[in-house]
Design a protein around this ligand. Sequence first.
Ligand SMILES: [Fe+2]
Length: 172
Amino acid sequence: MPRQPKNTVPILEKPRGGKGSRSLLALERDRDATLGTIRELEEAARSIHERGFTARSFDTISSVGATLDEMFRRHEELEEDLLFPELRKIDPALARSFSEEHRTTRGLLGTLHSTIRDIEGGRIHGSSVGDLLRTIRELVTVLRRHIIHEGDVLAPFIRQKSRGKNPGIHDN
Ligand SMILES: [Fe+2]
């Protein structure tokens, strides 16, 4: 059974019936919040890189990482359930590439989570801080690129779909 985020924002909940247009519009609005959370994670990692490891920066990474994990889980569920089945009919290659980016992101979030747990549990430190920063760097790059690309390409598609029109896709 999928884990339910503790603080699910009502507007991001999956729709009960209907075409899910409200959720699709929420997905679009959630883009800026996700980019902001990515920035917070990046800043905490930069602080450790420039000023050394501190409990405060690590705690920020731990809590922001958990928030980002929940945000991405919602993002992935909404897109895979509501958007990509439609997108696949129009542009299957594009839908495949977005799904592949979701898998890559999910893997990086899993690595981030396990590295954080290892450091918290005192099982490893030293080199693992380097691993932590590398994972964050890669995650930030992959996820930011994904959110911006999807925002540019999918925003018109989402708006048309939410108005009940036949959507089209124009990738650059
Ligand atoms: Fe996505």
